[in-house]
Design a protein around this ligand. Sequence first.
Ligand code: M1P
Length: 255
Amino acid sequence: MVAKEFEYKEKPDVLVLFDVDGTLTPARLTISDEVRNTLAKLRKKCVIGFVGGSDLSKQLEQLGPTVLNDFDYAFSENGLTAYRLGEKLASQSFINWIGEEEYNKLAVFVLKYLSEIELPKRRGTFLEFRNGMINVSPIGRNASTEERNEFERFDKEHQVRAKFVEALKKEFPHLALTYSIGGQISFDVFPTGWDKTYCLQHVEADGFKEIHFFGDKTMVGGNDYEIYTDSRTIGHSVKSPDDTVRILNEIFELN
Ligand code: M1P
C-alpha cells in the first residue's frame, strides 16, 4: 500500500535514490541549477531521496540549506542519520556498536600511524568522529579543493590509503569493520553491513514497488557497489551529474 503522504505523486510506489558526490554534485562541490530543477520535476512524479557517505553538515553545504525539504528521504552516513519528510528517524551509533575501549585503541592506532608516514602536506582533522562511522584522512579534512586534488594524485601513485587500510585490517582482525575509500582524501570505517544498503530498512514500511539507485562508485570496492547490486534496487551507474540528468530524462520522461 502506498503511503498517504506520497499519494499526490504520479508514481507514488517508485522511489529514486541518489548518491551525492559525483552523482548529484561534482566531488565535494555544490549542486547545479540544472540538477536541482531536474530533481524538482522528478519529485512530482516519484518519491526521491539521497544517500551519502558524508555527514549531514556536508550535504547541507553541497545540496543546500533546505535539503531536508527538497527530498522525501535524506540519508547521511549511509542512512545512520535518516530523515523522512523532514522528520528524524531512529538510528544506531558507531560508538555504541564498538564500545569506548576498542574505539580508543583504534583511534590511537590511526593517529600513531598517521604521524609516522611520509606525506608532502598535512592540514587538520585527520580523524572525524561521526554518528555511524569514523572518517580517516591522511592529509586532513581541512584541505582546500586544490590540496584535495594534489592528495588524490599523490595517493594514486603511492597508495597511501590502501596501505593504511591493510595495516588496520591486520591490527584489528577481530573487529567486523568495513573500510571504504569513497572520496578523494579519506576513507570511512564502519561496521560491516552499514554500507549504503543500510538505508533501505528505513524505506521498507513504505512498500515501494521499484527502488532506483543512481551512483558513480558502483565498481567492486566503490562505496555504491553494495546498494547498486542489491536485489531490492534497480542500479544505474553514472559518470557525472550531467549523466544523471540525461538518464533521468530518458527513464522518467521529464521534458
Ligand atoms: O561521499 C563520498 C565520501 O565523501 C567524502 O570523502 P573525501 O573527503 O575523501 O572526498 C567523505 O565525506 C566520505 O565520508 C564520503 O564517503
